[in-house]
Structure formats: structure tokens, C-alpha cells
Ligand binder design. Structure first.
Ligand code: SF4
Ligand code: SF4
Length: 402
């Protein structure tokens, strides 16, 4: 039995693999536009087709991303790093938390930037660090966010939850954030070997008390190798989330940045969600790794397109000295947004480019050329093709009624 996201992917593949002809794609889109009921009838497909309307069919019968000319509907996540301080020293910390120092803006500045993010239409603002709970202005910032009109923007906190939290502060956090993402890196022994003795018990205590309040949604991020994922450690966090009723769990391998810069293990990114209808069409149909749609803001206000694209030459501005509207008006972020799989010199001729979205800039050797083809993606491409084959076989069998 296929899950809803898998069904959508089947439909997607029907458009771009099994039915890879311009005429068929047009029929499919027109059927929807004329209001003919679709056999699947799910909101999911409608979302996908609405998304496809934004696309252009090229003379070669392929689809192409139109040039994006303004930010409307294009801004995804604003990552706001409150501090790089942290009581932990996880070996894989890409932010070099606890070791790296940086001037920190006052809470009023962070609050202003969040308001500006809401006004600009970001889907979500994510507060993180380091450990955001050790930022000295955190209680004041929480108070400001609680009273904020946040429109459609979700405000998310990412914390290790490994500090003692009073009932009062935990209650305020749960009432303020739309989602709280915390870290569990395996069983107690594994987690404590990474984060320190007693940290697992503390995080679990905070997590259980927070969930019991029934006010905020909680989710879990785990960092582990691909081998651990398929072994006892992966099973532990999956079972734990099931027991706690946590529907969103992301497991990913360390990325070669910060303290893990030498990490060479196989790349893993696995996501469980019990909210398939919440999965965005863009996640099924990708034009880039996301570069240009997010903002990475350091504690002192310096702003870049991504933590993997953050050398001085890529700095977009300084939000401690200017407003977000001023920064966006220079259109530098828009320019970055228009680089993706259709402009990358390796991806633009790749048949799986819209399923893949291209290679994360962490793994691109040339950090100056945004369309550099200087990366290895054989493993990634093989995995995508294998998925495509599986889904296509399923589709074929379904159509034959087998
Ligand atoms: S990964 Fe998180 S908890 Fe660990 S050192 Fe870095 S910021 Fe701190
Ligand atoms: S498989 Fe490789 S070449 Fe193809 S889109 Fe992905 S990163 Fe680019």
C-alpha cells in the first residue's frame, strides 16, 4: 500500500517519466483546469497541478522554470541564529557551537527582524543557534513573539532542550512557538556520549512535560550515520517518537562543516511525517536545493543565502544596520534564486533534475561559482533512478490491473 506522498510521486512520475510527452502533460493539466473530477480526488494532486501551472512547457517538450521576478510566494525559511554559545560540544556541530564567538544583537532587533520576516511572507522563521535558550535576551524575545501578529508565518524553535527548564518558562515556550524541534541522537548511552552525561534524561524530561501541556507541536531531529540509521540507534528514535506521539522525525548524517568538516560518511536524509497533506508540492518537484529561498542570519545580523554559502563575497547585508525590506530590495537574493537545476552546467542536461533539485552547495568544491559542475552526484542520481523505476513499475502494474 502506498502512502499519500508516494502516490503523489507516482503521479508526478507519470507526468515526467511514463507519460513523457507534451500532449499528455497538457491534457492532464487541462482536465484539472476544466473542473473534470480527477480519479484520485485528493487535495494533494490539486496542489501539485496548481504548482505545475506556474511552469512553462518548452519547445523541446520539457518543462522549464520561468524566471522568478519577485519574492512573492518564494520565501521559505528565515533561519535566525540567536547565539553560537552552547553548553554542549557535539562533535558534528556544523555551527561550531560553544567554540565560536560572535556579537549578539539585542532582543529588540531579533523581534524586529521576525516581524519583517512575517511581513515579507516567509513561510517560517526558525530560531536556533548554538543553543538559543542560552541567549541572554531569550525570555524577552519570547514575550515579544507571543504578542506578535504572525500572519501565515510559522515561528519555530530548535533547541537541544538539554537545560533545566522551569514549568513557567517551558509553558511560555510551548505557548509561543508553533513547533519545537529537539535533538535525540540515539539511545541514552549514545546521546550522552555526544552531548554529555545526563543530557538524554534532561531532554526527555523537558520533552515529556512539554508534550503533556498539549500546546505546541514537537518534532525530533537525529544526527547519525547511515549504518546507525538501519541499526539499533535508528530503531530507538523511531520507536521513541511513536511512543511519544511525535509525527515528524528527521534523521540525517553529519554534514562536512564546522566541527564535522572532515566527515566523509555516506549521506543520509530521512524524513517521517504523519501529515502527508502538509508536504508541499515543491518538495516533490524541486528546481534547486533551496538556495535563494531561505535566509541565514548570524547573531550579529550578517545575512547570507545559506550556511553553506556564507563567505564574505556571498553576504547579502547586515540586518543589525538595515531593514529586511532594504536588503531584499537590492534583489541579490532574487538573483541567487534564479540559479538552480536549469542553470547549473551539470544539472541542466540531467533527466532527473526536477526530482533531485541539484547538489547541496556543501558538497560543491568551487565555492565561488554558483553554477559550478564540480561535484560528484553518482550515488544520488542512482538512488533517484531506482525510485523512479520502482514507482514506474507500480504505475504500470496498476494500469494493467495486476
Ligand atoms: S549541535 Fe546543537 S547542541 Fe550540539 S554543540 Fe552544536 S549547537 Fe550545541
Ligand atoms: S543527479 Fe546530479 S546532475 Fe542530476 S540534477 Fe541531481 S545533482 Fe544535478
Amino acid at each position: 500500500m502506498l502512502t499519500e506522498p508516494q502516490k503523489s510521486k507516482v503521479l508526478f512520475l507519470r507526468l515526467f517519466f511514463s507519460e513523457n510527452k507534451e500532449g499528455r502533460r497538457c491534457d492532464f493539466v487541462e482536465e484539472h483546469a476544466s473542473g473534470t473530477p480527477l480519479t484520485t480526488g485528493d487535495r494533494y494532486l490539486v496542489k501539485l497541478l496548481e504548482f505545475l501551472h506556474l511552469w512553462e512547457l518548452g519547445k523541446d517538450g520539457g518543462v522549464h522554470q520561468p524566471v522568478i521576478t519577485d519574492y512573492e510566494g518564494q520565501l521559505a525559511k528565515m533561519y535566525l541564529y540567536l547565539t553560537f554559545s552552547c553548553p554542549n560540544r557535539c562533535w558534528f556541530c556544523y555551527a561550531d557551537g560553544g567554540k565560536r564567538t560572535c556579537r549578539e544583537m539585542p532582543a529588540e532587533d531579533f523581534a524586529r527582524i521576525i516581524r519583517e520576516g512575517v511581513d515579507a511572507g516567509f513561510e517560517s522563521v526558525v530560531l536556533l543557534g548554538g543553543e538559543p535558550l542560552v541567549y541572554s535576551g531569550f525570555p524577552q524575545l519570547v514575550r515579544e513573539i507571543r504578542n506578535m501578529d504572525r500572519g501565515k508565518t510559522r515561528i519555530i524553535l530548535r533547541s537541544s532542550l538539554s537545560l533545566p527548564l522551569s514549568d513557567e518558562l517551558l509553558g511560555q515556550i510551548c505557548e509561543t512557538f508553533d513547533r519545537i524541534v529537539t535533538s535525540l541522537d540515539g539511545d541514552e548511552q549514545r546521546h550522552d556520549s555526544i552531548r554529555g552525561i545526563g543530557k538524554y534524561a534532561r531532554t526527555m524530561d523537558n520533552l515529556r512535560r512539554g508534550i503533556a501541556l498539549g500546546k505546541a507541536e514537537f518534532s525530533v531531529n537525529s544526527v547519525m550515520s547511515a549504518d546507525d540509521f538501519s541499526g539499533e540507534q535508528g530503531k530507538h528514535v523511531r520507536d521513541l517518537c511513536d511512543d511519544l506521539g511525535i509525527g515528524r522525525l528527521t534523521i540525517q548524517s553529519p554534514v562536512p562543516l564546522g566541527r564535522a568538516r572532515e566527515y566523509e560518511g555516506r549521506r543520509l536524509y530521512w524524513k517521517k511525517t504523519d501529515d502527508p497533506l502538509g508536504l508541499k508540492a515543491q518538495e516533490l518537484f524541486r528546481t534547486s536545493c533551496g538556495l535563494g529561498h531561505n535566509l541565514y542570519i548570524e547573531p550579529d545580523g550578517k545575512t547570507y543565502p545559506c550556511y553553506a554559502w556564507c563567505s564574505p563575497e556571498h553576504q547579502l547585508g547586515d540586518l543589525s544596520r538595515e531593514s529586511l525590506a532594504q536588503l531584499l530590495s537590492r534583489k541579490e537574493l532574487l538573483a541567487v534564486m534564479n540559479h538552480g537545476v536549469d542553470t547549473n552546467r551539470k544539472c541542466k542536461n540531467c533527466e532527473v533534475r526536477y526530482l533531485c533539485g541539484g547538489k547541496c552547495k556543501i558538497y560543491v568544491k568551487d565555492k565561488h561559482d554558483i553554477d559550478s559542475p564540480d561535484f560528484d552526484c553518482e550515488e544520488k542520481k542512482a538512488a533517484i533512478l531506482k525510485d523512479a523505476e520502482t514507482y514506474s513499475r507500480f504505475l504500470y502494474q496498476t494500469e494493467k490491473g495486476e
